[in-house]
Ligand binder design. Structure first.
Ligand SMILES: [Zn+2]
Length: 183
């Protein structure tokens, strides 16, 4: 038969077993929770990266640009088209404000730098520091320098050295379609 001490051993042993099992179970649960939290963290980081990629206009696909822009904007900004002279919205506008990129909203030109060049396109003698980039353009048998938005690589127009001598001597010949005046 069982003695008192045998019963005590079974009780204490059983209790200890249950305690250890619970502890182990809890630890496992904690481990799973940590894995879960870690995956959540990774997932959210990935999500943020994806979101960042989606909002970086330099990574837009042609399809995304087509959806975002009007046909005319797409033709000029993405296919390097040129609007006809004296037809654009801004060639003879001299109101105060800032000209932003029509593709991405990036600030490009200050109205103070706009001048009347009589060429039929909005003309500026200076771009906002770091807002544009330049690229050699050999199309149509000419040697020109293309001006692009530094933020989205959208085509804005060309730069020529026949601008006002009293300021920079440069003429940024820009399509009205490529910009939006914000007053
Ligand atoms: Zn842009």
């Amino acid at each position: 038969m069982f003695s008192f001490s045998d019963i005590m051993i079974v009780l204490v042993g059983g209790g200890l077993g249950v305690f250890l099992y619970k502890k182990l179970f809890k630890t496992k649960k904690m481990k799973y929770s940590i894995y879960f939290l870690f995956s959540l963290l990774l997932f959210s980081c990935n999500g943020q990266q994806n979101q960042k990629a989606m909002t970086n206009p330099k990574e837009f696909t042609e399809q995304q640009w087509k959806e975002k822009l009007t046909d005319e904007e797409y033709y000029i900004l993405r296919q390097k088209g040129t609007e006809r002279a004296f037809t654009g919205k801004y060639w003879d506008v001299f109101e105060d404000g800032t000209y932003h990129c029509a593709g991405c909203g990036h600030k490009l030109f200050d109205s103070e730098t706009k001048f009347d060049s009589h060429c039929g396109w909005p003309s500026f003698d200076k771009a906002i520091e770091g807002s544009v980039i330049y690229k050699e353009d050999l199309s149509f048998g000419m040697k020109r320098v293309e001006v692009l938005c530094a933020n989205c690589n959208g085509h804005l127009g060309h730069i020529f050295d026949d601008g006002p001598k009293e300021t920079t001597g440069m003429r940024y010949c820009i399509n009205s379609v490529s910009v939006k005046l914000e007053k």
